[in-house]
Design a protein around this ligand. Structure first.
Ligand SMILES: [Zn+2]
Length: 118
């Protein structure tokens, strides 16, 4: 059973209290975007075998959207964070990299650590 901690109200949520919202950090493009950019927004997804960043809504609680880092193979949850962010918190990325060295997801992951150490 999947259990996530809501970053807003702090409740440990059973999956029956949550609504899945697909992939996190999708980039939206403006009206001047190319057909390829719009297509990527609509259809291109990461779908990794490993740690994935996802959107969830505390549907039967506070009703707010949040993001979760979860492994699609083991269902291990690395953490949750508010949806009003452009990137996962650095401490969450470091927690994932400690258990999954070399992890990358879109522009997040190993390159963040290299930049932080430089
Ligand atoms: Zn909540």
């Amino acid at each position: 059973m999947l259990t996530l901690s809501c970053p807003y109200c702090g409740v440990q949520c059973d999956e029956t209290e949550l609504a899945a919202g697909g992939e996190a950090h999708l980039k939206r493009y403006g009206p001047e975007s190319s057909p390829e950019e719009f297509e990527s927004y609509l259809f291109v997804r990461e779908n990794p075998k490993g740690v994935h960043l996802e959107r969830w809504r505390h549907a039967h609680g506070c009703g707010k959207w949040f993001h979760a880092a979860r492994c699609t193979m083991t269902l291990e949850v690395f953490g949750t964070y508010p949806a009003q962010t452009l990137a996962p918190p650095q401490e969450l990325v470091e927690k994932i990299l400690a258990k999954r060295p070399g992890w990358t997801w879109r522009e997040f992951g190993q390159s963040d650590m290299e930049g932080a150490q430089a």
